[in-house]
Design a binder for this molecule. Sequence first.
Ligand SMILES: Nc1ncnc2c1ncn2[C@@H]1O[C@H](COP(=O)(O)OP(=O)(O)OP(=O)(O)O)[C@@H](O)[C@H]1O
Ligand SMILES: [Mg+2]
Length: 154
Amino acid sequence: MPQHIFLETNSSGQTKKFAGLLASVIASRKRSNLKNALVLALAGDLGSGKTTFVQGFLRGLGVRRKITSPTFVIAKSYKLKAKSYKLGYHIDCYRIEEPKELSGLGLKEILNNPENILLIEWPERIKKILPKDLVWIKFEYGEKENERVLKFKQ
Ligand SMILES: Nc1ncnc2c1ncn2[C@@H]1O[C@H](COP(=O)(O)OP(=O)(O)OP(=O)(O)O)[C@@H](O)[C@H]1O
Ligand SMILES: [Mg+2]
């Protein structure tokens, strides 16, 4: 049975703060995987907080540029201020039906570079081509209006 860690947040600010903290912990740790990119798969319904999480995460890695949803362009990249990582890719697969639609992006090369971090919204759409050792986070609505629950698969 897969184990889950649950995190409850009660505002978008709290989600961003947590994401930023997680990012700085990740960036300051010695890497265990030096062969491939770090992949965070962000699953969950529309409006569940995935982009909000990405904004906090990339801010935590020194990105000062405005971070907006890449729904139409599919992917955006950001220079990072972190020791072991150089580029952060924010990828939104909402409009993707088949992994091959991403072929123009050079995803294979991006995934093969250990200096990259990928934050992928709607990851189930391209699950076939994602590495097995990713961090899977499921975003769910909580009972209260601004409550969201982040479920980390172990
Ligand atoms: N606890 C919370 N965490 C994150 N966002 C929250 C929270 N409470 C309210 N919100 C609001 O919910 C919305 C989340 O939108 P966001 O774009 O992050 O969702 P998304 O999961 O990326 O959706 P989509 O699948 O459409 O890309 C924002 O308007 C945000 O302000
Ligand atoms: Mg989004």
